[in-house]
Design a binder for this molecule. Structure first.
Ligand code: 13P
Length: 255
């Protein structure tokens, strides 16, 4: 198995005002003065909190990411942030294609493709999310569904190295529900994602790209998830909002 560095990434979603974000960032910096070998830690606060969190975690081994980006460089796009703006605020990662953006904000695969290309060209690592709704899981076509999202969203992306892309498999029925996919469920789809990455980028590149699991990941299940050969970490929602839980996940992932 290749030696992929595990990534434990927190998606704060639309939680924490500036003062709350500062407090959580301070707590995380204190809880994680260093991270175990073989693990990388990332937090993705709301856009309004990015600068504050950057200031607070600067000295800590914690990377900073955004939750959204627009693919144009600048101009009349009210409410959006460009890749260069995120970079200037200290971001090195950006989540794209989250099911909440696809569902509530009607973002398409084509949108994700433009975002992925803009991010890679601009030197930010996309954390590209994919995942099926419950009815697709029940119909048994979830692998095809997820593979189609990966191929459409990442088609034509040019990577110079495997660390320029992260993919996160997040079954929608497991997000915020407490219903975690089993580690075997996660492995099945993360493996299919990796096979799609082989088709897109070749075997050597695909071997180095991190594929995360997301959906009710927590201290109690992280070890089992990352023990699977194609699960290279987690994209964590609810449990990333508590410094104690999130830092415990980082430690447990490394064990
Ligand atoms: P939960 O960990 O709260 O289920 O959220 C997962 C998620 O959507 C992370 O992006």
């Amino acid at each position: 198995m290749p030696n992929r560095t595990l990534l434990i990434a927190g998606n704060w979603k639309m939680n924490n005002d500036v003062a709350e974000a500062a407090k959580l960032a301070d707590e995380l910096a204190q809880a994680l003065p260093e991270v175990p070998a073989g693990v990388e830690v990332l937090v993705c606060p709301p856009t309004i909190d990015i600068t504050t969190v950057h200031d607070r975690i600067q000295a800590a081994p914690i990377a900073l990411g955004a939750q959204n980006v627009y693919w144009e460089a600048k101009g009349a796009f009210t409410g959006e942030s460009s890749c260069d703006m995120l970079k200037s605020a200290g971001c090195t990662y950006c989540i794209i294609g989250h099911s909440e953006r696809r569902d509530y904000f009607h973002e398409s695969d084509e949108d994700q493709n433009k975002k992925a290309k803009a991010l890679v060209a601009g030197g930010i690592v996309p954390v590209f999310c994919c995942g099926e709704p419950l009815e697709v899981r029940e119909a048994g076509t979830y692998v095809e569904h997820v593979v189609a999202q990966v191929k459409a969203g990442l088609e034509g992306l040019e990577l110079a190295s495997a660390d320029q892309l992260v993919v996160a498999y997040e079954p929608i029925w497991a997000i915020g529900t407490g219903m975690t996919a089993t580690a075997d469920d996660a492995q099945e789809v993360c493996h299919a994602v990796r096979e799609a990455l082989v088709e897109l980028f070749g075997a050597e590149m695909a071997d180095g790209i991190r594929v995360l699991y997301g959906g009710s990941a927590k201290p109690g299940n992280i070890a089992e998830l990352v023990a699977k050969p194609d699960v290279d970490g987690a994209l964590v929602g609810g449990a990333s909002l508590k410094a104690a839980d999130f830092s415990e996940m980082v430690v447990k992932a490394a064990e």
